[in-house]
Design a protein around this ligand. Structure first.
Ligand code: AMP
Length: 173
């Protein structure tokens, strides 16, 4: 099964010039969803993962399912102001301006073996900031996984010290 065929390109969303990779067409397909989950699970099984951290919001979907398959806990990284209990923040640079992500300060322990997951790797800024959050809490990032990698944006460069996996790669827009 070619998972790429189940991902829809939506031109000019959310702004002019961006080709949005829409995974809702994959998620609604029961075989596609299962196959993508099985392949993501293959990257991460037998690594002793104790916590899967998903990044808001599309990282929660496969992140939660992966946590169940791996027998691990699930932790959300969220946009500012969404988490109810004391949190730590990290800001990162976007093309225009900056953004912030947060994690509960008691979400992970120093001895947790962490898998970070998001739906898509573009410039790598979001995931780099997520790694910094994990490290601020004293834990190690064991692995990073994405459903989609936009290889032409070289986001991997920012993450080169980590074990990074992606299921579907696009070499051009
Ligand atoms: P970046 O920090 O540049 O790697 O951007 C990654 C984040 O932005 C992920 O959480 C993605 O969900 C989202 N994102 C960036 N570009 C796209 C795109 N072309 N299609 C869908 N989501 C995107």
């Amino acid at each position: 099964m070619d998972i790429k065929n189940l991902i829809r390109d939506v031109p000019n969303f959310p702004i002019e010039g961006i080709v949005f990779k829409d995974i809702t067409t994959l998620l609604k397909d029961k075989e596609g969803f299962n196959e993508a989950l099985a392949q993501l699970h293959n990257f991460s099984k037998n690594k002793g993962i104790t916590k899967v951290i998903g990044i808001e919001s599309r990282g929660f979907i496969f992140g939660g399912a992966l946590a169940e398959k791996l027998g691990a806990g699930f932790v959300p990284i969220r946009k500012p102001g969404k988490l109810p209990a004391p949190s730590v923040s990290e800001s990162y640079i976007l093309e225009y301006g900056t953004d912030i992500i947060e994690i509960h300060e008691d979400a992970i322990e120093k001895d947790d073996i962490v898998l970070l997951h998001d739906d898509l790797l573009a410039t790598g800024g979001t995931m780099e900031a997520a790694c910094k959050l994990v490290e601020k809490l004293g834990a190690q990032v064991a692995q990073i996984s994405f459903l989609i990698e936009l290889s032409f944006l070289n986001g991997r460069e920012k993450l080169k010290k980590y074990d990074v996996h992606s299921l579907v790669k696009y070499d051009s827009e």
